[in-house]
Design a protein around this ligand. Structure first.
Ligand SMILES: Cc1cc2nc3c(=O)[nH]c(=O)nc-3n(C[C@H](O)[C@H](O)[C@H](O)COP(=O)(O)OP(=O)(O)OC[C@H]3O[C@@H](n4cnc5c(N)ncnc54)[C@H](O)[C@@H]3O)c2cc1C
Ligand code: FES
Length: 261
């Protein structure tokens, strides 16, 4: 884990209230693994005081790490107004990321909204041979143009309102892929809103296929010091509680007590 002032290289709006930011920090970029995150201080002032967590969505060889974020409140609104040449205090990489699938294994990546961010990094790393990337949004205006964030084409889209791709939740696309053709058991990797993750966990439990989920709870410290990110472990699991910031944010779906989330 490193703490440094990372220089903003770019910060551009890529979809409705959604920004793609590149920050220069060779140490954070060099150590980052898919599913890990950074805590960013969005201002030198005291409001907001706490750092904000963001998944690392891409790294580049020249010491750049990128994040993809949606404006939801004060901190992200301030970030959207920053630009090239400014610096943000960054702490990272933090947490435990995705366990990578075996070479040649079948992977199903399932994203809901801005939850696509850590999966973009995962898609960069894993074998693309047998990977399906499924991405759900509320509406077409929110779709992240993945060619601008380095993933290219081949992502299946679902929208709640039917303005692009399949009309309906992304879990309907998942059902088609998991039950459809293809050799070998897939591994599902998911990140998105809690109701979506609950559905993905229930489906993969029913199908008896492995699933890793990335959780986005509120976080105050990001390093295990405040207890603010605790979630209950599943009954019978060795850990009654997990700290999302240290034990996660990526968990095996069967390690969590979904009813309490
Ligand atoms: C490990 C991790 C990775 C994350 N990765 C990303 C990412 O890649 N891109 C991205 O856009 N966001 C990501 N988030 C969520 C992001 O941290 C919050 O959106 C951000 O902190 C909001 O800050 P704010 O000051 O703008 O909003 P605030 O003023 O703090 O909050 C505004 C509203 O958003 C809600 N909110 C805040 N944080 C969260 C959260 N974690 N989950 C659900 N609702 C929340 C608040 O309850 C409130 O209603 C991640 C969170 C975690 C824990
Ligand atoms: S955010 Fe403080 S312990 Fe996890």
């Amino acid at each position: 884990m490193f703490e440094e002032k990372a220089g903003i290289v770019f910060n551009k709006e890529v979809a409705h209230r959604t920004y793609y930011m590149g920050l220069r920090s060779p140490r954070i970029a060099g150590a980052a693994r898919p599913g890990q995150f950074v805590m960013l201080r969005v201002t030198d002032g005291i409001d907001p005081l706490l750092r904000r967590p963001f998944s690392i969505c891409r790294v580049e060889g020249d010491g750049l790490f990128c994040i993809l974020y949606r404006i939801v409140g004060k901190g992200t609104a301030i970030m959207s107004k920053t630009g090239e040449g400014e610096r943000l205090s960054a702490l990272g990489p933090l947490g435990r990321g995705f366990k990578l699938p075996p070479a040649g294994g079948r992977s199903l990546l399932v994203a809901g909204g801005i939850g696509i961010a850590p999966l973009i990094f995962l898609a960069q790393i894993i074998d693309k041979g047998d990977m399906a990337f499924l991405s759900g949004y509320r509406s077409a205006g929110e779709i992240v143009p993945t060619d601008q964030v380095g993933v290219g084409s081949g992502i299946s889209i679902a929208t709640d309102d039917g303005t692009a791709g399949h009309r309906g939740p992304v879990t309907e696309l998942l059902k088609g892929h998991a039950e459809g053709a293809g050799e070998g058991r897939p591994i599902v990797f998911a990140c998105g809103p809690l109701p979506m993750l609950k559905e993905v966990a229930a489906l993969t439990t029913h199908w008896r296929i492995p699933c890793q989920v990335s959780l986005e709870t509120s976080m105050a410290c990001g390093v295990g010091a405040c207890q603010g990110c605790s979630v209950r472990g599943s009954s019978g699991h060795e850990m009654p509680y997990h700290h999302v910031c240290q034990d996660g944010p990526v968990f095996d779906a069967n390690a969590l007590d979904w009813k309490s989330l």
